[in-house]
Design a protein around this ligand. Structure first.
Ligand code: CA
Length: 226
């Protein structure tokens, strides 16, 4: 069973979740502050992190950046705000998935299983190559013509998903569901903004596309440049 570091300052929520996850066979290390959580993550190298964003010592998004500077561990954040803008911000800061408070241990475990499955299948799939693009799910590194791309976690996920389905049109709704975990009514603008960032990093634009082609009214597809 996967090992989990749980960071949550509310003692009742922390104890209840730690008990529920431990009773299902997880090894759980539960910490009440951001800095104790960061120390637990670096010293115990867990399979997954569950992170409350409202901690007393460090702002949640800042903590995500601190963790990402030292670890690629899958992270699920617990947020009190059910708002797309905030969720996208948190995912951009380095989280993989989220649950909105209040949530049940069952709901959290379902998200944990889904995330670990996704990570496993990305790692098992081996590197993807489309034209001069190389995307390695294991190391989470992407290169274009041999030059490393400096991508955020969600930009990497977006590029990896499009590369995995190279040559086919992927709809914005599919991208919202798969990359941002927003299956219900996420906004096209979230996808558009990230596509424009990704284009800039690939050295292209919507007006002069090479890899990323928008199919108006349908979605976007990644193809090797002609
Ligand atoms: Ca809290």
């Amino acid at each position: 069973m996967p090992s989990v570091v749980l960071v949550e300052d509310d003692v009742r929520i922390r104890d209840a979740l730690a008990r529920a996850l431990a009773s299902r066979g997880h090894t759980v290390r539960a910490e009440p502050t951001a800095l104790a959580g960061l120390e637990a993550i670096t010293s115990s190298a867990p399979d997954l992190v569950v992170l409350d964003l409202g901690l007393p010592d460090v702002d949640g998004r800042e903590l995500l950046r601190m963790i990402r500077a030292v670890s690629a561990v899958p992270i699920i954040v617990a947020t009190a705000v059910d708002d797309e803008t905030e969720i996208v911000r948190v995912l951009d800061a380095g989280a993989d998935d989220y649950v909105v408070k209040p949530f049940s241990a069952e709901q959290l475990e379902a998200r944990m299983r889904a995330l670990l499955r996704r990570v496993d299948s990305e790692q098992a799939a081996g590197p993807l190559e489309v034209g001069g693009l190389k995307i390695d799910g294991r190391s989470r590194e992407a290169t274009l013509d041999g030059v490393p791309l400096d991508l955020t976690r969600k930009e990497f996920d977006l590029l990896a998903l499009l590369a995995d389905r190279a040559g086919t049109v992927v709809t914005k709704q599919e991208l919202l569901a798969d990359v941002w975990r927003l299956p219900y009514g996420g906004s096209d603008k979230t996808v558009d903004v990230h596509l424009s960032w990704l284009r800039r990093k690939l050295g292209e634009s919507a007006a002069a596309p090479r890899y990323l082609h928008t199919v108006r009214g349908v979605g976007v597809k990644l193809v090797p440049p002609s």
